[in-house]
Design a protein around this ligand. Sequence first.
Ligand code: MN
Ligand code: MN
Length: 484
Amino acid sequence: MGTNDDDKKTEGQLLSEKLCFDIKNCWDAASEEALKEIESFAKKYRGFLDRGKTEREFVEAALELLKDLDFKDMDVLLKETGRLKPGARVYQNIKGKSLVFAVIGHKPFPEGINIVGAHVDSPRIDLKTNPLYEDTELAMLDTHYYGGIKHYQWLTIPLAIHGTVISKDGFRRKICIGEDEDDPVFCITDLLPHLAKEQMAKKASDFIDGEGLDILAGSRPFKDPKAKDKVKLRLLSLLHEQYGIMEEDFAGAELEFVPAHKARDLGFDRSMIGAYGHDDRCCAFAALRGTLDLAGTAFPEKTVVCLLTDKEEIGSMGNTGAQSRLFENFVAYLGAKTLDTYSEISLRQCLGKSSMLSADVNSAYDPNYDSVYDKKNASYFGKGMVLSKATGRGGKFGGSEANAEFCRKVQGILNRNNVQWQYGDLGKVDKGGGGTIALDVANLGVEVLDCGIPVLSMHSPFEVISKIDLYTTYKGYVAFLREA
Ligand code: MN
Ligand code: MN
């Protein structure tokens, strides 16, 4: 700092180094080798995102990785072996939308397990049960959005349809249109500026209401002068030809519109990734990859579990959401098949001694929207894995808060493993808030801390994360699973 004796640090400098928490930029410390790993991890992640744009697709892609590493369906394995021994690799696929998997450790079940949990659903536009109608010879699809979206962000962008339809014969059909270069895409139209005077005067929240998010799906009529609703009819005929679908089949189908674009490197320096669905597939991928890589290299002391759930974006309800018994059932099953004498109390003991990282994205500080962030307590791109002690909104309502002892334990593990971490609350007090699956598992007695990856434009069709935060967080999950 322009002193004459440069090598000698002042008392104040030394004291500051000793006492202040200095959150560095991870890129500064990354070696050439690390940079290569960061890039290759980011590339794998982009590919995985493009394959897994819905919870079902993510689970399907994850199952392929699991099977490559000799993970077995728990029921199937137990039919062969009857028991789960240390080293066993098992999973439970919950209705194709949630996935729990484990590597059995050396330590006895009642001593607890280490868990990383994330969600694999993302905000999107779902079809209604009777969606297809025709208006002025345009075929339209009526929708109901899923999760917390800003409606206007979903207008005039190319959309792809993904989903599952069960036809009358009970046959399950996967639908995916709009992802191949040659596929058609879909969109929700917007009003031209020339006629938008009234629209533009509205508040952004009233700008377009949920009912207004109908999808443009066709315009060519069926050739028959006597038929009615000919565009709709021709569309149904195409769907029947190609997918065996009839109008009735929409009623119970899961058909979801998502942005049709692929995950892309972002910025001149390619340091970031722009994509649909980072929330929460960046954490889900880091958790998945972390658990698999740990299973591939080390034999865990404690049993490690990766929990990937559905329905977080609408409150984690239902039999594939984290509020259900799916996780508890899995752990009970592990206990029953590893212990000689299993009882309810051994399950409760196990849960009470277990530790979990609730892996979910955090809102990164955005220079464009300075006013909603508390700069001292925000998370930043390039500064590593974000720890959030508490979630919730206005007075911490509805969230989960980690205990001081557990926070310290996680900080210690990260420090020992040179995994850089930062603090991060979602935004300024009383500006809003959010939650994760943390409280659902904490309610079972498990120690849980929220931590994940900072994201910009959360819940938009094109969210952004930093490659180095993704990689750092992955490293953090591995360290936690091994040592907690
Ligand atoms: Mn999330
Ligand atoms: Mn979310």
